[in-house]
Design a protein around this ligand. Structure first.
Ligand SMILES: *Cc1c(COP(=O)(O)O)cnc(C)c1O
Length: 255
């Protein structure tokens, strides 16, 4: 399973480093899947925010196809740069097997159109007012835009600080997405809140996902788990893990 990373040339030290960290993360996922007794292995999305296009190209060469970004300005430029470089090598090969960009950051309404232009999926749909902008561009795409509802898992939510839709807002938002032309309701996303065991938060997410599935059986994605809590996310049924620092290293700038 991990041999696809090891086969690559390690002449470039950064590539050698990424080969090693990717393999280590894949091993952690394997152990977590075994510990949970799961049959399905979750997909790995490598979060490349703050890292340059060159690293995304290295990851592509190591077999990674799913990458995550959290800011439109950075992501749109990087997606363009990477596609250009990889298509310059072999456009046909790249178009047949392209990178999938996952938008995982808080989305401003005025950026929705831009994101819908390059993203494979948006994991952070947290309010109905985003749908108008997403739909506008999604209608022109070959495939519908995957939309995940980001759920705020905090037990107590302070005014103003929003980390997703409240659980009770999910049904209406799900209905809005599934009725929108060009959008596809893909599942739920969450970040484990600070100050509470990730285990308990992901258990709540799993229950919310079961409720969503009862109404929308196609919404199978559960995007949960970061470098610090991937094991807990795997234990509670995550289908997509979003891993940044444990693959790429500490981010160059503090968030
Ligand atoms: C940055 C980020 C990640 C990756 O976090 P790491 O701790 O670097 O693995 C995952 N999800 C979201 C929403 C992020 O913003």
């Amino acid at each position: 399973m991990n041999s696809r990373y090891a086969e690559q040339s390690t002449a470039d030290p950064r590539t050698a480093e990424l080969t090693e960290s990717l393999s280590a993360v894949e091993r952690r996922i394997t152990r977590a899947v075994e510990a949970a007794g799961r049959e399905q292995r979750p997909e790995l999305i490598v979060v490349t925010k703050y890292f340059p296009a060159e690293d995304v190209i290295r990851l592509y060469d190591l077999g990674v196809r799913d990458v995550g970004e959290n800011k439109d300005q950075e992501a749109s430029a990087k997606a363009r740069e990477v596609a250009q470089a990889l298509r310059a090598r072999d456009a046909q090969a790249y178009d047949a097997d392209p990178l999938r960009w996952h938008f995982i950051g808080q989305l401003q309404s005025n950026k929705a159109k831009s994101v819908a232009g390059y993203a494979h999926a948006v994991h952070s749909v947290d309010r109905g007012s985003l749908l108008k902008g997403l739909k506008k561009v999604a209608a022109e795409r070959a495939e519908p835009l995957g939309c995940l509802i980001q759920v705020d898992l905090r037990e107590q939510v302070e005014e103003g600080a929003r980390g997703g839709a409240a659980p009770e807002e999910v049904p209406a938002l799900a209905a809005g997405i599934s009725e929108a032309q060009g959008l596809r309701l893909a599942g739920l996303m969450a970040v484990a809140p600070l100050g509470e065991p990730a285990e308990e938060a992901f258990a709540r997410l799993s229950r919310l996902h079961a409720e969503l599935l009862a109404e929308h059986p196609q919404a199978g994605m559960v995007s949960a788990g970061m470098s610090g809590d991937l094991e807990q996310a795997v234990a509670h049924g995550a289908t997509h893990l979003r891993i940044g620092r444990d693959v790429l290293g500490e981010r160059p700038y503090a968030r």
